[in-house]
Design a protein around this ligand. Structure first.
Ligand SMILES: Cc1cc2nc3c(=O)[nH]c(=O)nc-3n(C[C@H](O)[C@H](O)[C@H](O)COP(=O)(O)OP(=O)(O)OC[C@H]3O[C@@H](n4cnc5c(N)ncnc54)[C@H](O)[C@@H]3O)c2cc1C
Length: 638
């Protein structure tokens, strides 16, 4: 059941309190509620997606964040590797978390990604051979909506057909698909790959995107793992509450600090404390999890000391291993003769959008049943003596994605006229590492997100090579009657290494795959934040299950690896139920009427900075917003 009023919480208490009803949080909640004797509570800051027309529409992924009520609306710190630019940093704040607002690209990580985790943690159970069976629990591969013959577009033996999350190939052949495929015949450098999901199959080459959607509808952790367990009486989800910190509840005979108490703020700012009989599971994502740990006194003592946060566990690795992929939209101008063959004119025309929406609603036909792109590819660069940041030779350094439009979100705004073709390039095996640090002790303040994008030499070289690959690709005969030229002065000027680097640093943004901020390491190792069983080092009763525990960036899109990780985590937690004695702390709810930290009203860059206190903004949800505290908590844009 989903509730939004904490007074409706069960007086019998909960065995597990899961912080974050996102991608990983609902996987764990689903699997733990399979045991009817376990009561599970999920605490989620966001709201449900009921009545939000766009959320289930695959094509609408890019409009769901940033600067909407479904996201945290973060901004990155000025990026020294990107000419000190700052930009928006989307994260889902809604039931299902990022899986409800992302771009649906469905992959498992490569076998080498998983084997690297096993090596770094000295824990063979994280290797691919052990993770592969979880594909069967997680994935439900369904035919594309148009029923076309998919022979040669995926390899059935690599997939699951009875798991929780729908996955499918594109239902619609768009005008550029045949040109992408023709390019493969024209340029031997680019080869076809029959299945892009990763795992046993190297993703190197170019092939068809698989999306986390079925029947033309987004499949998220909410629509799959939550919905299938929603009727269980032992499953409660409390929405619109912000967890501020975790509280130490004791010390074990072995000297571990026990954490079984969670403090959160209700939608009206009332602090509430609730206990877990067995465990607290942090699934607040790569930004939320290290923020909550630090606010709880688990982090770098020097940083916490500056903010007068009492240090319970000094761990300098909390928030300190942020890896993220980068994204550069390389945009080409399409010849006028092809104007109505790209999506740009359609997306500028509200009537056309209405028709497409209506087709989707009534028949599940039209453009909107599809993701925004049908083809993508992965490649490696020559190492020239550098250490390879990829986990092995089958894993990529960068990605290319082909979209029949001006890719604008996040990125530059689509011009009011013209037609465009975007080849986005992404660095998928970054070496640059950044940090998540608290900006203040106020739990309602955004943390300082500093991925330090492209501060490592390998990363800028890989991005440079990705741009050169894009230029070679677009120069194939297949595009001669399609492309008129490059869009934007910076791209036009990018003719040699130096000018390509300048272009890259000017326009690169995040690919929205942060990981590593509470990294897993070997049992007993002084470095890292969680052990291979995902327990926070030095603690009892506190586990982390989300993207923050990956010690390095998976070299493919991160959603699938999170699902697989969470499936395995649920098994680890179930095994611990058998081996550990039950803690019998009674659940208690204590409230005070004091609002924790008052925030000044005023004009801010985006509404997250209003501290969840309500805001008024322009009618189109465009910054700046004015915090007035007069609206309901996280009200819609007024
Ligand atoms: C716009 C976008 C596009 C993306 N596209 C793709 C893609 O195409 N393919 C792909 O593989 N990956 C994609 N990703 C990345 C992928 O979705 C994430 O890596 C993955 O879903 C993260 O899962 P998680 O469980 O770690 O975190 P999340 O899914 O973010 O879950 C964390 C949850 O915790 C909640 N939370 C956080 N802090 C608190 C708090 N203090 N109190 C209460 N609740 C809290 C959040 O609201 C959220 O619901 C994309 C991400 C974004 C944002």
């Amino acid at each position: 059941v989903i509730i939004s009023d904490p007074s409706a919480l069960s007086p019998n208490g909960y065995d597990y309190v899961i912080i974050g009803g996102g991608t990983a949080g609902f996987v764990v909640a689903n699997r733990l509620t399979e045991n009817s004797t376990m009561n599970i509570l999920v605490l989620e800051a966001g709201i449900g997606d009921e009545g939000v027309l766009q959320m289930p529409i695959p094509f609408m992924g890019p409009i769901l964040t940033p600067e909407t009520e479904f996201g945290w609306n973060y901004t990155v710190a000025p990026q020294i590797g990107l000419n000190n630019r700052t930009f928006l940093y989307p994260r889902g704040r809604v039931l299902g978390g990022c899986s409800s607002v992302n771009y649906l690209i469905h992959q498992f990580g490569t076998d080498e990604d998983w084997n690297r985790i096993a090596n770094l943690t000295s824990e063979p159970t994280w290797s691919w051979v052990n993770m592969k069976p979880y594909v069967q629990k997680y994935e439900n591969f369904v035919p594309p909506l148009d029923g076309h013959n998919t022979t040669g577009q995926f390899i059935p033996s690599l997939h699951g057909f009875s798991g929780m999350v729908d996955a499918s190939l594109p239902a619609l052949n768009v005008t550029i698909d045949s040109r992408v495929m023709a390019t493969l015949g024209q340029l031997p450098e680019f080869t076809y790959n029959e299945d892009m999901s990763g795992g046993d199959q190297s993703p190197l080459g170019i092939g068809f995107i698989q999306s986390s959607a079925g029947g033309g509808i987004r499949s998220s952790s909410y629509t799959s793992y939550y919905i299938t367990a929603a009727g269980r009486p032992n499953f409660t989800v409390l929405t619109s509450v912000i967890v501020t910190n975790i509280i130490q509840t004791g010390t074990t005979p072995a000297g571990l600090k026990s954490f079984r108490s969670v403090r959160f703020l209700t939608s009206s700012g009332i602090p509430v404390t609730i206990n877990a009989r067995r465990e607290i599971i942090l699934s607040a994502g790569s930004i939320g999890t290290p923020k909550i740990l630090q606010l709880s006194g688990i982090g770098n003592a020097a940083d916490l000391g500056k903010l007068n946060i009492p240090v319970l566990i000094n761990n300098t690795d909390v928030g300190n291993n942020l890896y993220d992929h980068t994204l550069l939209p390389n945009i080409f101008i399409v010849k006028d003769a092809n104007a109505n063959k790209t999506f740009d004119n359609l997306l500028r025309n509200p009537t056309q959008i209405g028709i497409q929406t209506s087709d989707w609603l009534t028949n599940k036909t039209g453009l909107f049943v599809n993701n925004i792109a049908n083809n993508f590819g992965f490649a490696r660069i020559a190492l020239n003596g550098s250490t390879d940041p990829a986990p092995g030779p089958k894993s990529p350094h960068y990605e290319m994605i082909f979209a029949n439009l001006f890719f604008e979100k996040p990125g530059p705004t689509r011009p009011t006229n013209g037609s465009y073709f975007t080849i986005g390039t992404m660095l998928t095996s970054p070496n640059s590492r950044g940090t998540i640090k608290l900006a203040s002790a106020n739990p309602l303040d955004d943390p300082i997100i500093d991925p330090r994008f492209l501060t490592d030499d390998f990363d800028i070289v890989a991005m440079r090579e990705s741009v050169k690959a894009v230029l070679r690709f677009a120069a194939a005969p297949a595009w001669s009657d399609w492309i008129a030229g490059r869009f934007g002065q910076a791209f036009q000027n990018a003719t040699d290494d130096k000018s390509i680097d300048a272009y890259v640093r000017n326009l690169t943004i995040s690919d929205m795959h942060p990981v590593g901020t509470a990294a897993m390491s070997k049992k007993g190792a002084l470095s890292g934040v969680v052990d291979p069983n995902l327990m926070v080092k030095g603690t009892d009763g506190l586990r982390i299950v989300d993207a923050s525990v990956f010690p390095r960036s998976p070299s493919l899109h991160s959603q699938g690896p999170v699902y697989l990780l969470a499936e395995r985590a649920a098994d680890i937690i179930k095994a611990a139920q058998v081996s550990s004695a039950t803690t019998t702390t009674a659940t208690s709810i204590t409230s005070t009427t004091t609002t924790l930290i008052p925030i000044a009203s005023g004009t801010v860059a985006h509404f997250g900075q209003c501290g969840g206190q309500g805001y008024t903004g322009a009618t189109t949800c465009v910054a700046p917003f004015t915090c007035t505290f007069s609206n309901p908590f996280f009200s819609q844009c007024l």
